[in-house]
Design a protein around this ligand. Structure first.
Ligand SMILES: Cc1ncc(COP(=O)(O)O)c(C=O)c1O
Length: 455
C-alpha cells in the first residue's frame, strides 16, 4: 500500500540531516545509521519512507487503538483548528473542554467526578502527585507528603513520575527526586505463563493480598501521617505488561482507605479501551481516588491527558480556596484542555462508542490470549503475560546484555513488516482494537518465526 499522504520527494535520511533531532527514548546513533522513517498511516498499518507497509503491533505507543487516519477524528481536528485554534488555558474557557469533561466523567467509575486536563501522561502523573499533597495540606495534614510507587512502575519522565516510578534506568541518572518509597512489583516468576490475571494465590510467593500487604510494611516504616498517596498502574504496560494477581488491587484499596492514603491509578495505558472496559478500574473492580489518563483518549491524534478526581477532593480544594478570585490549585499547563486536542478526544469518544470498540476488544481478547500463549515453548521465551489487548513476553537474556535480544527481535520484526516494542528484557504487543483475528495470527506467527531465527 502506498502512503495516503504522498510526498513529492523521498525524505532525506542521511546521517548529517538526521543529526539535528535528538530523539526521545531512542538509540540515536543506531537509528541515524539505520533510519526507520514512517511517512503515512491508515487503519492498522504504517507506511515507511521506502514504501513498505508495517502492521502497527503497538497501536502507535499504546494510543491509536481505533487505527490511523480516521476521517471523523481528522475532520474534527481540522474544523476546530479553523474555528478556535487556541484559547488561553487560564482564566478563560471554551465549550469543548466542559463537554469533554462531562463525557469523560460519564465513563468513569462512580465517584470520580472532576477532570483536570494536562497534555500528556507524564504531566498527568505529576499533576496527580501534587494534587494529593496539596489536598492533605488543605485538610490541615501537611505532614502527609510521601509518595509510594511500585517497582517496575512507569509514570512518565518528569521528576515526580520518575521518583515514584520503578524502572531503574529511568531514574538512576537524575539525582535526588521527590520523597518516595516503593512497593514490590507484582510480576510472577518467569515460567509462570499466567493467562490474564494471575489467580489470587496461584503462583507461590505471589498471592495478591500478601503482595498488597507490603504496603503495611511501608506504613510501619514511615507512618501513615507522612504518606500522601500510593500510585500504581492497574497493570503495568511499559515494564512488559505486568498484571496484578486477583485480590491485589482490592486489598491495596482497603489499606489506603483504612490509613487515609489516597490511591492513584495511572491509567495512561489501561484507560479508554485497552482492558476491554472504559478503565482498568472498571475491569479490575476497584475505584481509586485519582485516575490519570492520556494516550487512547484522543486516539493519539492530539496530545492530551488528565486526572479525574473524587468529588470530595475537588470540594476540599474549593472550600480551602479563600476569596473566590484566588486560585484553588496553583497548577496547570499552557496546553491544558487545548481546544484542538479536546476536539480530537471528543471525536475519539464518539468513535469508540459508534464502533462499539470496548466490546470488540473484549471479543478479540481470548483469541489474542490463545495466540500469544502459543509462543510458550518458542525459543528464548521465558514468560508470556496478557490482559485485554496487551501482552508482554520476557526474553531470556544474553549474558550481560538483557536488552539485546528484544532489540534484535523488534528489528527483525520491522524488516518483516511488523512493529512491536522492545523494552528491558521484554517484547510488548498492543495491537489496534480494529485488528482482525487473521492480523493477530500473522503478527504472532511472524514473532514465533523471528524468535526461532534469533541468536
Ligand atoms: C502508565 C503510564 N504513565 C505515564 C506515561 C507517560 O506518558 P507520556 O509519554 O504521554 O508522558 C506512560 C507512557 O507510556 C504510561 O504508560
Amino acid at each position: 500500500m502506498t502512503s495516503p499522504h504522498p510526498q513529492s520527494a523521498a525524505p532525506r535520511q542521511d546521517a548529517a540531516w538526521l543529526d539535528a533531532h535528538w530523539m526521545p527514548y531512542t538509540g540515536n546513533r543506531e537509528f541515524k545509521a539505520n533510519p526507520r522513517l514512517l511517512t503515512g498511516a491508515a487503519g492498522a498499518y504504517y507506511t515507511t519512507a521506502d514504501g513498505r507497509r508495517i502492521f502497527d503491533g503497538l497501536s502507535g505507543l499504546w494510543c491509536s487503538g481505533l487505527g490511523h487516519g480516521r476521517r471523523d477524528i481528522v475532520d474534527a481536528v481540522a474544523r476546530q483548528a479553523a474555528t478556535l485554534d487556541y484559547s488561553p488555558a487560564f482564566q478563560f474557557g471554551h465549550p469543548l473542554s466542559f463537554e469533554l469533561a462531562n463525557r469523560i466523567v460519564a465513563r468513569m467509575p462512580q465517584g470520580l467526578t472532576h477532570v483536570f486536563f494536562t497534555g500528556s501522561g507524564s504531566e498527568s502523573a505529576d499533576t496527580s502527585l501534587k494534587m494529593a499533597r496539596a489536598y492533605w495540606r488543605a485538610k490541615g495534614r501537611a505532614s502527609k507528603t510521601r509518595l509510594i510507587g511500585r517497582v517496575k512502575g512507569y509514570h512518565g519522565v518528569n521528576f515526580g513520575g520518575i521518583s515514584v516510578g520503578g524502572i531503574a534506568a529511568n531514574r538512576k541518572l537524575y539525582g535526588q527526586g521527590v520523597e518516595a518509597d516503593h512497593l514490590p512489583h507484582t510480576q510472577p516468576p518467569a515460567g509462570s505463563f499466567c493467562r490474564g490475571m494471575p489467580p489470587a494465590d496461584g503462583v507461590p510467593g505471589y498471592a495478591g493480598a500478601a503482595l498488597a500487604d507490603e504496603l503495611l510494611r511501608v506504613i510501619e516504616l514511615h507512618d501513615a501521617s507522612t504518606i500522601a498517596a500510593v500510585i500504581v498502574e492497574p497493570f503495568s504496560g511499559s515494564a512488559g505488561v505486568v498484571i496484578p494477581p486477583a485480590g491485589y488491587l482490592q486489598r491495596l484499596r482497603r489499606i489506603c482507605t483504612e490509613h487515609d492514603i489516597l490511591l492513584i491509578f495511572d491509567e495512561v495505558i489501561t484507560g479508554f479501551g485497552r482492558c476491554g472496559d472504559w478503565t482498568g478500574a472498571a475491569a479490575f473492580g476497584v475505584t481509586p481516588d485519582l485516575l490519570n489518563f492520556a494516550k487512547q483518549v484522543s486516539n493519539g491524534v492530539q496530545p492530551i491527558g488528565g486526572v479525574v478526581a473524587r468529588r470530595e477532593i475537588y470540594d476540599t480544594y474549593m472550600a480551602a480556596g479563600g476569596p473566590d478570585y484566588l486560585l484553588e490549585f496553583a497548577h496547570g499547563y499552557t496546553y491544558s484542555a487545548h481546544p484542538v486536542a479536546c476536539a480530537a478526544a471528543l471525536a475519539t469518544l464518539d468513535a469508540l462508542e459508534a464502533d462499539d470498540a470496548i466490546a470488540r476488544v473484549r471479543a478479540l481478547a481470548p483469541h489474542f490470549e490463545a495466540a500469544v500463549h502459543g509462543l510458550r515453548g518458542a525459543r528464548h521465551v521465558a514468560d508470556v503475560r496478557n490482559f485485554g489487548l496487551a501482552a508482554g513476553l520476557t526474553i531470556d537474556a544474553l549474558p550481560g546484555e538483557a536488552a539485546r535480544r528484544p532489540y534484535d527481535i523488534a528489528m527483525a520484526m520491522y524488516r518483516k513488516g511488523f512493529y512491536v516494542r522492545y523494552g528491558g528484557d521484554t517484547i510488548q504487543l498492543a495491537p489496534p482494537f480494529i485488528s482482525t483475528q487473521a492480523e493477530i495470527d500473522s503478527l504472532v506467527s511472524a514473532l514465533g518465526d523471528t524468535l526461532q531465527h534469533t541468536a
